[in-house]
Design a protein around this ligand. Structure first.
Ligand SMILES: *Cc1c(COP(=O)(O)O)cnc(C)c1O
Length: 350
């Protein structure tokens, strides 16, 4: 089966092979060497001179940790789809007071709406999803970060799960305090590892927060990272896989990687405009996920089943959009030729 989901996505054999290496102890020189190999690649990927931590959990674990570590009181949550809503739900589940700024699904979050909301109340942090995977919208991160930076003591938390590895970023330049990613999307590693950069300001904030949780406590993470270790037993298999994946990113180079994702998105957009419709405006759509509006009256589930019968797995629409849209994930190891092959199959099944 060829996987074109909004995640998880196809994994290269070199990365899979790295996971099959003999076991190492996680308090040994082999582990220290592995962590020292990974660290520079992660810093380059996130665009930071600061810390990038790993957690053995899916990305949601690190989203929750970000909220627990730096938001003792009140969060302003930007939402333009299901994942934005969910980030706010995670905060609420942790006893955080959440105010929500809503954009219609299919549109991006607007910096002006953020600025207006920040004028009405004081917050510990702003949260936003970079690529809103339910609609395929890529939010204007630089513009949003610029608004947040106008306010003192206000931190910016970003869910970058479905964008990091395909869209270049520098968290230091933009002033992003916590950027969370998984590995099963544009980094093309099997699911099970979370990555998160934590700024100096976020660490200072964490020092003032009483109940940061334990498993992904930023201060314990920092103490362990300083020893080239992790606080508890990590999935070393995933760390080996991440090492291999980061080598693949470095070999290709981020500019070429970004261009490849743009090219795949453009192929999908052209096909969608011809045969169906794009759910969101092309100018704000993510290079990793295309949300396609199916022709009126068509049976989306039956279409996806026909595509699946031909050996291609494409994502259903999310939540409210399940009956009317489907989502093509084009990221990680996919190449434009793979997208052309997929388009031929979808064409024949429509
Ligand atoms: C996939 C995804 C997640 C969920 O990540 P898990 O690894 O399943 O916890 C969160 N946010 C966005 C935007 C995603 O696309």
């Amino acid at each position: 089966m060829k996987v074109f989901l909004p995640g998880p996505t196809a994994v290269h054999l070199d990365v899979l092979a790295a996971m099959a290496r003999p076991q190492i102890g996680h308090r040994t020189p082999e582990m220290h060497a592995l962590m020292r190999r990974i660290a520079p690649g992660l810093k380059r990927l996130f665009g930071t001179a600061g810390y990038v931590f790993t957690g053995t959990c899916s990305a949601t674990g690190a989203l929750e940790a970000a909220l627990r570590n730096v938001v003792p009181g009140r969060l302003l949550n930007l939402e333009c789809g299901a994942w934005g809503r969910r980030f706010g739900d995670v905060a609420a589940a942790n006893g955080i007071a959440v105010d929500r700024v809503l954009s219609p699904w299919g549109e991006a979050n607007r910096p002006e709406a953020l600025a207006a909301a920040l004028g009405r109340a004081r917050y510990d942090a702003v949260a936003v999803v970079w690529c809103e995977s339910s609609t395929g919208v890529l939010n204007p991160l630089a513009e949003i970060a610029a608004v947040v930076k106008e306010h003192e003591d206000l931190l910016l938390l970003v869910d970058g799960v479905s964008a990091l590895g395909a869209v270049p970023v520098s968290v230091d330049q933009l002033g992003i305090d916590v950027l969370v990613a998984g590995v099963q999307k544009a980094l093309a590693v099997p699911p099970g590892l979370a990555l998160f950069s934590v700024s100096a300001a976020a660490l200072r904030r964490a020092e003032t927060v009483q109940c940061r949780g334990f498993y992904l406590d930023f201060l314990r993470q920092r103490a362990s990272a300083d020893q080239d270790e992790t606080p508890s037993t990590p999935s070393t298999a995933h760390l080996f896989a991440l090492d291999a994946a980061l080598q693949r990113v470095a070999a290709e180079g981020m500019p070429a990687r970004a261009a490849r994702h743009e090219e795949m998105a453009a192929l999908c957009h052209r096909w969608a405009r011809r045969r169906c419709a794009l759910f969101c405006d092309e100018r704000i759509s993510s290079p990793t996920i295309t949300c396609v509006t199916a022709p009126r009256g068509s049976d989306v589930a039956a279409f996806l089943a026909r595509v699946r019968d031909k050996g291609f797995l494409v994502g259903r629409g999310y939540g409210e959009l399940k009956a009317s849209t489907f989502r093509v994930g084009h990221m990680g190891e996919h190449r434009p030729a793979d997208i052309e092959e997929l388009i031929d199959v979808m064409d024949s099944c429509l």
